[in-house]
Design a protein around this ligand. Structure first.
Ligand code: FMN
Length: 207
């Protein structure tokens, strides 16, 4: 499995870099091939196609998630290249977790509604004093990732309504739609194919 830690920070050799190095070490110890990449808003993120798992995160400055990461999601091609990727999220901040969950995490999650988010975690800036917290984040991510692999072998079930819709489509299109929907469900970790899921898959595949 190949993972990349995509991060941003204003501070060279600051807490973020130390945290991701600890994460990287734990991933490598667990047998994962891992790279790190620092975000630039307008960089080309097509390299993400080479990775199975993207761990994405940054610190918060003045109530906003660090600007190059937000910029890459808002203006660059990051969001597009994250489609159907398995993603884990982390934030680093000085605010209490409850506040960060409401104010900061949504700044990332609003861009990732079509992703399978394996784990999300808010680290306090002093987390390095307890490396075990970072290690346990990595282990949670790997556990969730492995769960998605196991569920790959179980094809998602079609709900009655979704099956009725499929039956109403011209028969020469049915096979292609069925295969596409099942692949999409697998990538997203869905166990059921519903009409709502077909609608969002349609958006992704451009109709
Ligand atoms: C200039 C500055 C502004 C910050 N603003 C916030 C903030 O608005 N909310 C918050 O929870 N933490 C805030 N923090 C805390 C940082 O998110 C935290 O210290 C983080 O670990 C910094 O990462 P770095 O060392 O990689 O720069 C701020 C820190 C700095 C230095």
């Amino acid at each position: 499995m190949k993972a990349v830690i995509l991060y941003d920070s204003r501070t060279k050799s600051g807490s973020t870099e130390a945290i991701i190095d600890t994460m990287g070490l734990k991933l490598a110890e667990s047998g994962v091939y891992v790279e790190k990449a620092k975000c630039k808003a307008l960089a080309d993120y097509s390299f993400l196609r080479d990775f199975d798992l993207v761990i994405l995160g940054a610190p918060v400055y003045y109530f906003l998630v660090s600007s190059q990461l937000l910029g890459a999601l808002n203006y660059g091609n990051l969001k597009q290249n994250l489609l159907r990727k398995k993603v884990a999220l982390f934030l680093i901040c000085g605010s209490p977790e409850s506040m960060a969950t409401v104010l900061y995490l949504p700044q990332l999650k609003i861009h990732l509604v079509r992703n399978k988010i394996l784990v999300e975690k808010i680290f306090p800036s002093n987390v390095l004093s307890e490396n075990i917290v970072i290690d346990s984040f990595v282990l949670d991510v790997l556990h969730e990732y492995n769960k998605t692999l196991k569920s790959r072998f179980l094809l998602a079930k079609w709900t009655v309504e979704a099956q009725e819709w499929l039956d109403s489509v011209p028969s020469f299109l049915q096979g292609k739609i069925k295969e596409g929907a099942e692949k999409y469900a697998e990538a997203m970790g869905y166990k059921e194919i519903t009409c709502e899921m077909l609608e969002s898959a349609k958006g992704e595949f451009g109709g």
